[in-house]
Ligand binder design. Structure first.
Ligand code: SF4
Ligand code: SF4
Length: 122
């Protein structure tokens, strides 16, 4: 990206990691397999599930968003496989602004609380 990012992931509880469909390509699977010292087949079974014909990362329960990628550390809100994360995670948000971060900044200003995180309802 040429333009300086207008968001700061270190101040966000990783909303983008709560997306249901974080696609895992064959290349991503090989990277994950290498990272964990297992075969791509085992990585596929252990870390992914099939949704509408696509391989996506499995989730775990999450206090903010209901569910979130299994690789997110719940305390630090950081990716535990940063170097081996899928290509889509690497690319996101693929532009200078992140819509969620803009929303978060607005809410935090509005609530006068720099740590405020809007919880997902229901
Ligand atoms: S939602 Fe935006 S600011 Fe938050 S971690 Fe993802 S890219 Fe970063
Ligand atoms: S692999 Fe890492 S960056 Fe990608 S969704 Fe999971 S926790 Fe987030």
């Amino acid at each position: 990206m040429d333009v300086k990012p207008q968001y700061d992931c270190s101040k966000c509880p990783a909303y983008c990691c709560s997306y249901d469909r974080i696609i895992v390509s064959k290349r991503d699977l090989s990277r994950l397999a290498k990272h964990f010292g297992i075969t791509p087949e085992v990585a596929q079974r252990r870390f992914t599930k099939t949704v509408e014909g696509e391989q996506v990362l499995r989730h775990q329960k999450d206090k903010y968003y209901g569910s979130i990628c299994m690789f997110l550390d719940q305390k630090s809100r950081r990716c535990t496989i940063y170097e081996a994360r899928p290509g889509v995670c690497h690319e996101y948000p693929d532009r200078a602004r992140c819509g969620y971060y803009d929303f978060l900044k607005w809410e935090r200003r509005h609530q006068d609380n720099p740590d405020f995180v809007p919880l997902k309802k229901g």
